[in-house]
Each structure stands twice: as structure tokens, then as C-alpha cells.
Design a protein around this ligand. Structure first.
Ligand code: NAD
Length: 241
């Protein structure tokens, strides 16, 4: 594939390394320095097969729209902009474009998403267990809670009758689910969901050891999306619920 990297930071550079090993070409690298001078024709002229966006919360929406306008599939992993997701979904559909988003591209985390939903469904019959979500990331992470933490919280709420909202920090209402965010140097990403009763605790936890899981998942998604139109997620790529 001929890949454009939108965002050339920690993730962009890690994707470049693995993409080259897989035989793909990086034909454009976009960052804060050259982004303003780029236009749709610059993208169209480079025969780009996919744009992979790992940029900044404040730049993701514009970057995605530019890709859709240039009729290039966009695979996006940038977090912290999700309030505009409905706008992006409608835009993609109205332009007959291709857009794939994942708050976390790692295959392990996507298995973990399924585990979280299954456990939440089971816990409907056991309200003595109270859920609690914690996420830990490196200190340079700009958004909190993490996109993955929010996905886990939304999935839990959707499948569990005793919680209706998630809140950042400690919960004060009984139907609120607390997401506690911790920032510790060099942690690539840890997510844990605890179900605590007076008697015992059940917890499920995913710990990323490096960025490689995100990178390989993003490349898999970029390959999978070729020739498709519409809005997709990692569950489509992995054929999971
Ligand atoms: N979905 C996932 O699996 C996953 C995994 C890891 C990180 N992330 C997210 O990906 C994003 C990037 O993470 P990172 O660790 O690489 O960050 P980073 O800060 O190392 O890199 C961000 C890059 O974006 C560039 N940038 C700034 N403005 C831009 C613009 N307007 N257009 C294009 N590029 C621009 C910066 O120059 C920099 O190169 C974050 O939102 C992070 O939370 C997602």
C-alpha cells in the first residue's frame, strides 16, 4: 500500500517502521509543520491508498475530512475528539467515503472489549458487585480518560442495568461509573475493570507491553479497509461483536 501518515510522533514513527517491514511505502508524512501548507490536490497527486491518522485531539477532525474530500480511506486512532464522531460518520456517508476508527487497535484490547461486555451482562444478576474502571498511561498523554477507557465504560453501561453514565474521577451517584485515570512515566496503556463486593473482588485487566499491538492492528485495519466504503471499527476487521 501507499500510505500517508497523518501525525508523525510516537505512533506515526512506530507505524512507519512496521509498514516498511511489511513491504508498504510511506509516501507522505504530515505533522504540525507541513499540515497547513497541504491541500487536497497534494494528496490526490500521490496515489495514496490510505491515510493513517495518529495526530492530536484538536487536529483529527480536519485531517479526517481532508482525507474523505480527497477520496482516500482514513484509518484513525487519534483519541480525545469523540464528541464529533456523529459529525464524521455523517460526513463520511454523505461523501461516500471510507472511515475506520478504533479507540484501541490492539487485538488483545479488542478481545478484552468482548470480555468486558460478557462480564457486565453476567453481573446484572449480582448487583452486590460494584464496577470500577482504572486506566494508566504515560505522562505525555493529552486526554483523560483514555479513549479505550471510555469505550470500556460505554460498553459496560450498555450491557449492565445498574449504571447509566460514566464520570471522570470518583462517582457520587450510585448509577455513575467511575473512571480513574493515572499518569505514570513510560506506561504504554493499562486498563482494569474491578467488580467489588463486600466478600471478594473479580477483576479483568489488559496491560500493553509496548506500542506494537496498536501499530500492527492499525496496519491490519488499513489493509482490510481497501476497496470498502462506509464507517467501520476494529470489530469489523476482527469479525467480533
Ligand atoms: N487508537 C489507538 O490504538 C492508539 C494507540 C496509541 C495512541 N493513540 C492516540 O494517537 C494519538 C497520537 O499519539 P502519539 O503518542 O503518536 O502522539 P505524539 O504527540 O507523539 O504525536 C502526535 C503527532 O501529531 C502531529 N500533529 C500535530 N498537529 C497536527 C496536524 N494538524 N496534522 C497532522 N499531524 C499533526 C505532531 O507533530 C506529532 O508528530 C493520541 O491521540 C493518542 O491518544 C491511539
Amino acid at each position: 500500500m501507499r500510505i500517508a501518515l497523518s501525525g508523525y510522533g510516537k505512533m506515526g514513527k512506530a507505524i512507519e517502521q512496521e509498514a516498511i517491514k511489511k513491504g508498504h511505502d510511506i509516501v507522505l508524512k504530515i505533522d504540525s509543520k507541513n499540515r497547513k501548507s497541504l491541500n487536497i490536490n497534494d494528496l490526490k497527486n500521490k496515489n495514496i491508498d490510505v491515510i493513517i491518522d495518529f495526530s492530536r485531539p484538536e487536529s483529527a477532525v480536519e485531517n479526517i475530512k481532508m482525507g474523505i474530500d480527497a477520496d482516500i480511506p482514513v484509518v484513525c486512532g487519534t483519541t480525545g475528539w469523540l464528541k464529533k464522531m456523529d459529525e464524521i460518520k455523517s460526513y463520511t456517508q454523505s461523501q461516500n467515503g471510507t472511515f475506520l476508527y478504533a479507540s484501541n487497535f490492539s487485538i488483545g484490547v479488542n478481545l478484552f472489549f468482548t470480555l468486558n461486555k460478557t462480564l457486565a451482562k453476567m453481573m446484572n444478576a449480582h448487583p452486590e458487585y460494584k464496577p470500577y474502571l482504572e486506566e494508566i498511561h504515560h505522562t505525555q498523554k493529552l486526554d483523560a480518560p483514555s479513549g479505550t477507557g471510555i469505550t470500556l465504560a460505554k460498553d459496560l453501561i450498555q450491557h449492565y442495568d445498574h449504571k447509566s453514565n460514566w464520570v471522570k474521577g470518583e462517582a457520587t451517584e450510585s448509577n455513575d461509573l467511575a473512571i480513574i485515570s493515572k499518569r505514570i512515566d513510560k506506561v504504554p496503556g493499562t486498563h482494569e475493570i474491578e467488580w467489588k463486593s463486600d466478600i471478594d473482588t473479580i477483576s479483568i485487566k489488559h496491560t500493553a507491553h509496548s506500542r506494537k499491538g496498536f501499530v500492527m492492528g492499525a496496519l491490519l485495519a488499513a489493509e482490510w479497509v481497501q476497496g470498502k466504503k462506509g464507517v467501520f471499527g476494529m470489530a469489523d476487521v476482527l469479525e467480533m461483536e
